[in-house]
Design a protein around this ligand. Structure first.
Ligand SMILES: *Cc1c(COP(=O)(O)O)cnc(C)c1O
Length: 395
């Protein structure tokens, strides 16, 4: 009995003294805690003035007219499709190579997701792969900036705009990235961000839909709050009793002031976080530049990534399989991840017809996402680098 107790303790101690290097860790601290305490003391914990301030701050940061805070990026993407009146019988082109929410939201409105393949260099949809799957029923395309690396928006718009196909950006990962010198969020009518802890800044859970089209903004503000025509803050500010109305069926996708105030503190750190991520990415890129069989995430010529996910793709010149490399990293105390998932390979989408997705399949099977977070030390990053370099020398 004694021995069991001792070995349990040893296991616990071991974990504390020798933690894994995580793939991502949010940069949160005392400022966020103090801001939350203030909101709790105020008594207004649901959607209120802090959400409004966070919406203004994000919209200003990305150069959009309006921000509508939501409980998640998934909720924001759903609202974007509702705002475009997309429904049964419509098709929406999405990459299979994305977090599954990108495809799921299309099903939420009763429309059909149509999977397009991606560009091998940046793992994003491009005009060529989208054009291959267009039909007369295509109403929209959800362009994902995968891992924070922007897709080539202008060439996609050149394809879609003349055909009346809406472009929605799933910028879940891309806050702080830029396309042709301007922030992601300023280019399209509807752009959705995520504040999940896996992204560059976090509110615990949360999202935001930004738009510069006033009519979309008005409708989306209502839709995320049960469709009500007047929000709680406006009702409280009114000296007369207010009788609200529900002009259409909405949702509860509200963010709380507790979350928003964390976001306001986090947003002040965005520029530092992105600059630091880019520097850590540069260290990975130069460390792996001479290894045969390893290709790394890089900036496309038209954009600057925020490197929300730093991926490497292994090919046949690399001596280890992707899964063996992942295992080796794990055994070395490094928590890496498989590359981006492919929705069409999941049971939820297995029965759905699709065109050739060979680049998607290659990338999802051969990619690894390496640790990259604000507080990653160069010493810890060097451990990751050394393990990959050492594996490249094995045979
Ligand atoms: C994280 C992510 C989402 C979902 O974001 P939530 O805020 O968790 O709903 C959607 N799309 C992509 C590409 C993502 O990476």
């Amino acid at each position: 009995m004694n021995r069991v107790a001792v070995s349990c303790e040893a296991a616990v101690n071991n974990r504390v003294s020798d933690p894994m290097i995580p793939v991502m860790r949010p940069w949160l601290g005392a400022e966020e805690a103090a801001a939350v305490a203030e909101v709790l003391a105020s008594g207004w914990v649901a959607q209120g003035p802090k959400v409004a301030a966070f919406e203004r701050a994000i919209a200003d940061t990305v150069g959009a007219g309006y921000g509508v805070a939501t409980s998640s990026c998934t909720g924001a993407l759903h609202l974007a499709l509702v705002a475009l009146d997309i429904s049964h019988g419509d098709e929406v082109v999405v990459p299979s190579l994305s977090f599954i929410a990108t495809a799921n939201v299309v099903r939420y409105v009763g429309a059909s997701p149509v999977f397009a393949d991606v560009d091998e260099q940046n793992q994003n949809l491009c005009a060529r792969t989208i054009e291959a799957v267009l039909t007369p029923r295509t109403k929209a395309v959800i362009v994902v900036h995968q891992g924070g690396t922007p897709a080539d928006l202008d060439t996609i718009r050149e394809l879609c705009d003349p055909r009346g196909i809406a472009v929605i950006e799933d910028a879940a990962c891309a806050l702080g990235a830029t396309y042709k010198g301007k922030p992601i969020g300023s280019h399209s009518a509807l752009v959705a961000f995520s504040f999940h802890p896996r992204k560059v800044i976090t509110t615990g859970e949360g999202g935001m839909l930004v738009t510069s089209t006033e009519s979309y903004a008005r409708r989306i503000y209502r839709l995320r709050d049960h469709g009500v025509n007047i929000n709680a803050a406006e009702r409280h500010a009114n000296p007369e009793p207010v009788l609200e109305q529900f002009p259409e069926t909405g949702f509860n996708y509200r963010m709380s002031d507790i979350q928003a105030v964390i976001g306001l503190v986090q947003l002040r750190r965005l520029a530092r976080i992105v600059a630091n991520r880019r520097e850590l990415a540069r260290r990975y890129q130069s460390a792996f530049a001479d290894i045969p069989g390893v290709r790394t995430a890089t900036d496309p010529h038209y954009a600057l990534s925020n490197y929300q996910s730093f991926w490497i793709v292994l090919d046949n010149a690399f001596p280890l399989s992707r899964n063996d490399m992942l295992r080796k990293l794990m055994q070395g105390g490094i928590s890496a991840r498989r590359g981006f998932m492919a929705a069409h390979l999941e049971p939820a989408y297995r029965d759905q017809a699709h065109d050739d997705l060979s680049v998607t399949e290659h990338l999802t099977r051969q990619s690894i996402i390496l640790p990259l977070y604000h507080e990653l030390t160069e010493a810890d990053q060097d451990k990751v680098i050394e393990l990959v370099r050492e594996s490249a020398r094995s045979s």
